[in-house]
Write a protein that binds this ligand. Structure first.
Ligand code: FDA
Length: 307
């Protein structure tokens, strides 16, 4: 029951101010967001890639309120890409972006987000890597998919995310499972109404498996974003039955969650990509991680009390 309450708080400015002001928050945040600046994140990039892991990098931030903030978000990604270029990692370090951080919700937001994300995709391509568009709440998705399609005309390797909890997603998966596409499937992390999304965990898992089959039996490159051990085994089995080799799909997990599993899957020969977030505007990302696992909230509250 706590999850929906925390997700509602994740969109509240008052809660944002309150929680961000608590000094101990930072220690708990660090588990999921291990740096605030490029200088802090580069050693982590080197460490994880040195262990045989691949990365998708996220500069945290979303729901910005002015075109200047959107431009600043674009510039933060460009700065990151410049640093990654010096490490020569190619597709071992790609980017994940949220279009709401590029101005999607502002007036004329669709065009603004496209104009801001395009230079990021171009810069990523110039250093031999790519960008994946994260999926945010359901009201943003038609615009996200249209921007994805537009970007793919020049940069066909641009990826996107689909969310198993939405009723629409099986149709989206069928449309996207075409040759050359890169699609990340996740359960979904936003508070969505019963009119558009399954609310029951078992229903979401069943939908996830149906979508996995569509992606694995399709022509594209599936990226399986989950920490759920059951879904990971099912994905391996569906991949095997679809005749896919281990490098014809990949697993993805979030930094700070089941890190031992990242290494285990990589050691088994799987491509394992760690979603690594950094930056100062961590509130929304952090609150979604709390909502996913109530034990995280208990840990957070305990650390506040024990100070
Ligand atoms: P589930 O929530 O059932 O967790 C399975 C197990 O994993 C738990 O029992 C626990 O052990 C561990 N676990 C999961 N979350 C944890 C947490 N926060 N803290 C500690 N342990 C945890 N969503 C979205 O809407 N749009 C997006 O673009 C993305 N992008 C994305 C990228 C990647 C690489 C991943 C892995 C996930 C996302 N998500 C996302 C988030 C996704 O929708 C979902 O909320 C989380 O992955 C949690 O779901 P699981 O599949 O891990 O299963």
């Amino acid at each position: 029951m706590l999850g929906p309450v925390i997700l509602a708080a994740s969109r509240s400015d008052r809660m944002r101010r309150l929680i961000s002001a608590v000094p101990v928050t930072k220690q708990v945040v660090d588990r999921f967001i291990p740096g605030e600046t490029v200088g802090e994140i580069v050693p982590i990039v080197k460490d994880l890639t040195g262990k045989g892991l691949e990365l998708t990098m996220d500069v945290v931030g979303e729901d910005i309120t002015s075109p200047d903030q959107a431009a600043a978000a674009r510039d933060a990604y460009l700065q990151l890409i410049e640093h990654l270029g010096k490490l020569n990692l190619g597709t071992k370090a790609e980017m994940s972006v949220k279009l709401s951080m590029f101005g999607q919700a502002l007036e004329g937001g669709h065009e603004l987000a496209l104009a801001n994300v395009r230079p990021v995709v171009e810069a990523a391509a110039a250093i031999g890597t790519t960008v994946t568009l994260d999926a945010e709440d359901h009201t943003t998705l038609d615009s996200m998919f249209a921007i994805h399609e537009e970007l793919r005309k020049d940069f066909p390797q641009t990826g996107c995310v689909i969310q198993a909890y939405l009723f629409r997603t099986e149709d989206d998966a069928r449309r996207l499972a075409a040759a050359g596409s890169r699609v990340r499937i996740v359960k979904g992390a936003y508070k969505e109404p019963a009119s558009v999304a399954y609310q029951d965990k078992a229903e979401i898992d069943k939908a996830y498996v149906r979508i996995l089959k569509i992606l694995m039996e399709g022509q594209g490159y599936p990226m399986i974003g989950s920490h759920d051990p059951r879904l990971i085994s099912i994905a391996q089995e569906i991949g095997r039955r679809a005749g896919r080799k281990l490098d014809e799909y990949e697993f993805q997990m979030l930094y700070g969650i089941r890190s031992d599993e990242h290494l285990r899957l990589a050691a088994e020969g799987h491509r394992m990509r760690v979603y690594t977030a950094y930056g100062t505007d961590w509130y929304g990302y952090f609150m979604r991680r709390l909502a996913e696992k109530p034990a995280n909230l208990r840990f957070f509250l305990r650390s506040m009390v024990s100070k």
